[in-house]
Ligand binder design. Structure first.
Ligand SMILES: Cc1cc2nc3c(=O)[nH]c(=O)nc-3n(C[C@H](O)[C@H](O)[C@H](O)COP(=O)(O)O)c2cc1C
Length: 314
């Protein structure tokens, strides 16, 4: 069995990937992004501990959506044996082409357990974790890592970290050009991504502040990265991935897609949960629309599909 070749998917002129986003990138949203041209889509981050200790809710985060190839599942944790076991479990359940390892999450709860971006403070440990996953996965999937510029401005180590990841068997790295202490504030540093790209021979995916397609082009030109990954700018805006379909201006057109996403989410997680989660998705879809207030007000209270359908037909 040939190991999945990520690089071969980066041939098109502007390869744009959908970032993993907890609470956002569920199957329904990923399918919409894929249909508009996202080259690779990532699951929300999944706890390795929860997977290995049989947490049913975590397992529901794993499945691939329709047409979602290549597909990446992202796991987090800091115990190499648990991470390796979780990766195998992910392969058995969802068979993604890519296992992505989260070494960038800045959330206090995650960092306090030594997970996510805390691993950037211990690159040797991070390397051992990655090597354990790579060895457990074998040729069943590619293994990639997503991390940040560094822990804080006094400890910027993305270049050294990327080299260790490459030496530990990573097939690609994604670099978010912010430090952990920046969280999501300030602007992403693309220079550090360019430095990482120059330092390793595996593909490098640039992430941070890609707001639209022309920014994506600039990001690739600046960093020489192999692809860009889009997070926040994709919320309510799957058109960002499309070469030829611009984001519509009218609420009616925007909400057609929002409703398609909601109806699919309802099939998967049930009407009630899907509708509660659709409140935020609808408000993102309405961003930039003039007179969106009346739609947003209704969406913020809606609890049933029928209400969202009525809203989309207004
Ligand atoms: C709501 C939200 C949830 C996120 N969840 C994850 C996650 O589960 N795993 C991860 O690696 N990054 C996560 N991120 C970070 C994004 O993947 C991305 O690195 C970051 O938003 C910067 O890219 P952007 O400027 O395009 O948004 C999340 C970001 C947001 C806003």
């Amino acid at each position: 069995m040939q190991r999945f070749n990520i690089k071969s998917h980066f041939n098109n002129k502007l390869p744009m990937l959908l970032a993993p986003m907890a609470g956002v990138t569920d199957i329904a949203f990923r399918e919409v992004c894929k249909s508009f041209g996202a080259v690779i889509t990532y699951s929300e981050m999944v706890s390795s501990k929860a997977l290995v200790y049989q947490d049913a809710k975590s397992v529901t985060l794993l499945p691939r959506g329709t047409g979602e190839t290549p597909y990446a599942v992202q796991i987090f944790g800091s115990d190499h044996a648990v991470m390796a076991a979780a990766a195998e479990k992910v392969l058995d359940i969802a068979a993604p082409e890519i296992i992505d390892v989260n070494m960038g999450c800045p959330t206090p709860k995650i960092v306090r357990s030594g997970d996510g971006s805390a691993l950037m403070r211990d690159p040797e440990l991070a390397g051992r974790i990655l090597a354990a996953i790579v060895s457990a996965v074998g040729n069943r999937a590619a293994v990639t890592v997503k991390f940040r510029k560094g822990w804080d401005f006094g400890s910027v180590n993305a270049v050294e970290f990327a080299r260790i990841m490459e030496a530990s068997g990573a097939d690609a790295v994604t670099v978010h050009g912010r430090t952990r202490s920046q969280l999501y504030a300030g602007s992403a540093d693309w220079d550090i991504i360019r430095e990482v790209k120059a330092a390793v021979s595996i593909p490098v995916i640039a992430n941070g502040d890609v707001a639209n397609r022309s920014v994506a082009e600039r990001c690739i030109a600046h960093t020489n990265a192999d692809a860009v990954m889009v997070g926040r700018a994709a919320m309510g805006n799957p058109w960002i991935f499309s070469q030829d379909t611009p984001r519509p201006d009218s609420a009616a057109e925007l909400l057609k897609t929002a409703l398609r996403q909601l109806e699919r989410a309802a099939e998967i997680k049930g009407e009630r949960t899907a509708c509660m989660e659709a409140r935020k998705h609808f408000s993102w879809y309405l961003k930039g629309v003039r007179d969106a207030g009346k739609y947003k007000q209704l969406a913020a209270k809606a609890t049933a599909l029928a209400e969202f359908r009525a809203l989309a037909a207004m």
